[in-house]
Design a protein around this ligand. Structure first.
Ligand code: ACO
Length: 333
């Protein structure tokens, strides 16, 4: 069974309510029809009757709840919550109403925060920054976690490396200004994500252009310090660094360059030193190795919200909804 089929099966076993706040795009409705047919989530679609009519006509949305952001009996509750959460940052009832009406992702996050939904998926027609900013502002991080990062589950065909071709790559989506503390936290969150989604023990490599001191540079020191902090903070996981990519993945190279490491040569969770290498790295593997790349999946948030690529297909929305529903199941345990 493929990774995504497992997610569908898991999502179906305890259905969660997921909000789709992009009625301005037909792909939302094409995906909604498929999600309802697959029975993997209860759906809320935010949109006015005009938006639903314009882009949803012809799709079978039976079972989906449609919430009109201009005529919703719960709207005042969301405005009050918005002001409660962001009043100190200058949000007033008037500005809350205006923001929610102009940007439905805020509406979706407030539905999650008020317990009317378990998660949200957006990004088919919004940038990553605009998709995740409302979640960062309103939902915030899990207790004990200071930063959100974004990972991909990479499923590489015909590959014996990692967990038979299954990997977690992070951070590929969120933090343009990485540092050793953020990288250490991303390592621990990624280990948890790998074990939760891939069902095997994580072996986490903090990547660099150096292996165990083979080069010296401030960038190398950053990864060395991040490794030490990650090991100290997350002793329950197998974590090592700094490792070059080949030393992390290939047994013979790992044996040669880092003979004392139990991660080197066997890594299945790759933590990149910056957003450039993480974002470029996952796209290289996706395009050149024809890997399935599921994500970016946000880790560290108090409730699951996930982003889509603007080039996504309806099937990508379906997959992301399934993954978000599974995250919501696990958050509830
Ligand atoms: N974790 C938790 N909270 C965060 C994080 C984080 N990583 N980053 C920002 N925040 C919080 C801030 O603390 C702040 O909260 P506050 O308003 O309550 O004080 C709020 O989010 C807004 O933070 P800003 O510093 O104003 O940051 P900004 O809104 O400018 O940007 C963002 C945050 C959206 C994450 C930005 O860093 C970004 O755009 N990242 C890159 C996204 C991207 O383009 N990725 C690549 C494409 S993805 C792909 O290819 C799949």
């Amino acid at each position: 069974m493929s990774f995504i089929e497992k997610m569908f099966e898991q999502a179906r076993s305890d259905k969660k309510t997921i909000v789709l706040p992009e009625p301005m795009d037909k792909r939302t409705f094409e995906a909604a029809e498929k999600i309802l047919k697959l029975d993997i989530a209860n759906l809320v679609i935010i949109g006015t009757p005009e938006e639903i009519e314009k882009n949803g006509a012809g799709f079978d949305l039976t079972g989906a709840k449609i919430v009109d952001p201009f005529n919703d009996p719960n709207k005042q509750k969301y405005i009050d919550k918005f002001v409660e959460l962001r009043g100190a940052k200058g949000v007033t009832p008037e500005s809350a109403k205006e923001t929610m009406e102009n940007d439905y992702m805020y509406y979706a996050c407030l539905m999650c925060k008020c317990g009317d939904a378990d998660g949200a998926v957006s990004g088919a027609c919004h940038s990553t920054g605009n998709t995740i900013r409302p979640a960062l502002q309103l939902l915030k991080t899990k207790p004990g976690i200071s930063g959100v990062s974004g990972f991909f589950v990479m499923e590489v065909p015909n590959c014996e490396l990692g967990e038979n071709g299954l990997f977690v790559f992070a951070d590929c989506a969120v933090n343009p200004d990485n540092d050793e503390d953020k990288m250490a936290e991303t390592a621990g969150l990624s280990a948890e994500s790998f074990e939760s989604f891939c069902g095997a023990k994580a072996k986490v490599a903090l990547l660099s252009f150096s292996t165990k001191g083979s080069a010296s540079h401030d960038r190398v020191t950053m990864v060395q310090n991040a490794t030490a902090k990650a090991k100290e903070r997350f002793p329950q996981y197998e974590i090592d660094g700094e490792l070059q990519l080949d030393a992390a993945l290939v047994a013979e190279v790992g044996e040669l360059k880092a003979p004392d490491s139990t991660v080197a040569g066997h890594a299945n969770t790759l933590v990149f030193p910056d957003l450039e290498s993480g974002n470029i790295g996952y796209k290289l593997v996706q395009r050149l190795a024809k890997a399935n790349a599921y994500g970016p999946i946000l880790q560290g948030l108090s409730m699951p919200v996930n982003d889509l690529s603007r080039g996504c297909y309806a099937d990508d929305i379906v997959g992301t909804v399934a993954i978000t529903a599974v995250q919501a199941q696990r958050a509830g345990k």
